[in-house]
Design a binder for this molecule. Sequence first.
Ligand SMILES: [Zn+2]
Ligand SMILES: [Zn+2]
Ligand SMILES: [Zn+2]
Ligand SMILES: [Zn+2]
Ligand SMILES: [Zn+2]
Ligand SMILES: [Zn+2]
Length: 480
Amino acid sequence: MSTGNSDVEIDEESDDDGYYDYYNNCEDTEMEPTDPQNADPEYFEFTCLSKEDVERLFNECVESLCASLPVKPSLAKLLLHTHNWKTSEIIINYKEDASKLLIISGIKPAKSSDIDSQALRSIKSLPCSICLLSYSGEYFRSLVCGHYFCKDCWTTHFEIQINQGITTAMECLGCNLLVPEDFVLSILNKSFLREKYQQFSFSDYVKSHPKLRFCPGTNCNFIIFAKEFQSKRVICKYCKTSFCFKCGSDYHAPTDCETIKKWLTKCADDSETANYISAHTKDCPKCSICIEKNGGCNHMQCYSCKFDFCWMCLGDWNSHGSEYYECSRYKENPNIANESVHAQAREALKKYLFYFERWENHARSLRLEEETHQKIIDRINEKVMASQGTWIDWQYLRNAAALLAKCRYTLQYTYPYAYYMESGPRKELFEYQQAQLEAEIENLSWKVERAETTDRGDLENQMDVAEKRRTTLLKDFLSL
Ligand SMILES: [Zn+2]
Ligand SMILES: [Zn+2]
Ligand SMILES: [Zn+2]
Ligand SMILES: [Zn+2]
Ligand SMILES: [Zn+2]
Ligand SMILES: [Zn+2]
């Protein structure tokens, strides 16, 4: 046991009692007993919207802004887009200084134009300042800035921009004024370009809206709407993709969006270094026979000498079960600051590999457990066919496999969190809870793999304990 542990205020003797007290305390101090967020740290309210639903939502925003301010709909949409759809903020700024707001939003020119557009339209022949060809005044168009160009030059400009994916950020040919939707659509007549323009700008509008996020599922066109911009898990109702609402990548609790991004970039950069540890076989630490890991569980039993050991650290499994184990914890060299640059680099690599190996290993276990899940389904099928109970009787086994996956997923994402965490009492507490969760997950995994001989009550009890460990860790460390 490390000496630093005294910093952690956990009574290890009565761990279970303390653990349940923690829960009861939570419920006792709850102000609103019905607040689901308190009961489930991962609770998040969201809805799945279609493109049409979202277009309706945008139109409602435009209408409501137009009802409050004297602006036309296409400009209201530009304003909303440039101000992340914050209607009330726009109204306040407009009332304070309308001109300033419109100028900084790229809607009004800083210097008003002195060109008389009526007079210009009646001119018989006029050269375009870009293509130098002469047309009648009718063939020229300009925004409020008064930069007149022929329709062909505008069309070419729009085509080039749209083909580069630029739509809502499209500017006037003569200045930085933004081009509103109705202006583009009044000039652009090729239908495929009009469609492309509308599609790209719709996507820009969604991306600028803090309550909306595209489902990242392949070929899925649905959009998630959530009132709060938090890094919580959302699951698309249509394609079942699960992801983080805030950053759109794979759900990553308890790690926050920035940290997981940093971690994944690091893993991609260091993939060469890390590759060698993705071994599927290791030697038994007792009899040295080669052992292949083909299940998700990290509690291994040598088929030859029957030694129980840990796949990760190759230590005796007996030291992993009940007591606080050190397998998930990286012990940093306390004197590293005084060591040579080379020694520090080696230490940094050692530390990274320690966390990476555990991260990788849980990811692999998850995949292997998916196979176990399939085997369980097959076995249940056999049993049901042989009249040994019904599907409902065996449902608990499937539930156990599903819960195991959920717990292992969270456990996997505790490693990047721990890697970047600063040493101190909070890290100690985190690693303590991580170790507890890890131990219960391996117990659950062991029991699920031997599901036929494990009795139902025992398995359900283990499920309960593992899930409580998981939610405790999330309640204490989930950053939104
Ligand atoms: Zn021209
Ligand atoms: Zn202009
Ligand atoms: Zn989807
Ligand atoms: Zn995120
Ligand atoms: Zn052995
Ligand atoms: Zn171990």
